[in-house]
Design a protein around this ligand. Sequence first.
Ligand code: GUN
Length: 296
Amino acid sequence: MSEATVIDGKAFAAKVREGVAGEVAALKAARGVVPGLAVVLVGDDPASQVYVRGKGKATLEAGMESFTFRMAGTSSHDEVLARVEALNADPRVNGVLVQLPLPGQIDERAIVDAVDPAKDVDGFHVVNTGRLATGLDATVPCTPLGCQLLLRDRLGADGLKGAEAVVVGRSNIVGKPMAQLLLRDHCTVTVAHSRTKDLPAVVRRADIVVAAAGRPEMVRGDWIKPGATVIDVGINRIERGDGKTRLVGDVRFDEAVKVAGAVTPVPGGVGPMTIACLLANTVAAARRQHGAPEPD
Ligand code: GUN
């Protein structure tokens, strides 16, 4: 059997980012508005620092303003809340993102829900979550949105209709919103997780697999139905054996590529799409806040 198509998320994300840069330029020309994204990072988690730096750089490259607020890991709940409230009130800021996870002394849910839903470019606010679940217009979380764009590009709208989709992982950031997006695209959706009985058998039913369990290389080649489309959301750093580390997904890539119809690599698959979708959510938020029309 021939090897799977390796989905080039980096190239697709570059196209999305080009489109966003065009929208930013148009908004500036028509209204004199430069969209701004504020990112709040509490503490010094190394992975979060890398993500936050990447988000700031991409924001500037799209022609937008970037504001990064680094707060001590010992910050109190009220200090973080005050920062979010200041950003809600700042007219230069159209999008507010609080990098998760937050240190234990902070009530994460309360902070997420303190962000103005109109500025909630993560789509994590309970209002946006509820709107997505009820089929209303909503800001959609960036990672599942990126997965949806890759799936639609690969399969076409008709390719998703009626397909069996299995999402592995039930997080608020990826698994649950991903399931909602797949439902909106008329898939038959199963959300599986660490307590699912006979997980390999459940995954084997899937025409579409979205692996978002946070477990390195958990999904093996013999879990995958031949020809399935496999989207790997995992980003796990593992020991290589020679003292160095490497990034792997939640899917055992070398096995999956022999069975699947298409598979995303790690790195270079879903990761770049997440940032591209954050930029898209930010320019859309700025447009709405300024009453500008949606582009064609
Ligand atoms: N931590 C891991 N992924 C994300 C994300 O998409 N947004 C935020 N705010 N924090 C995260």
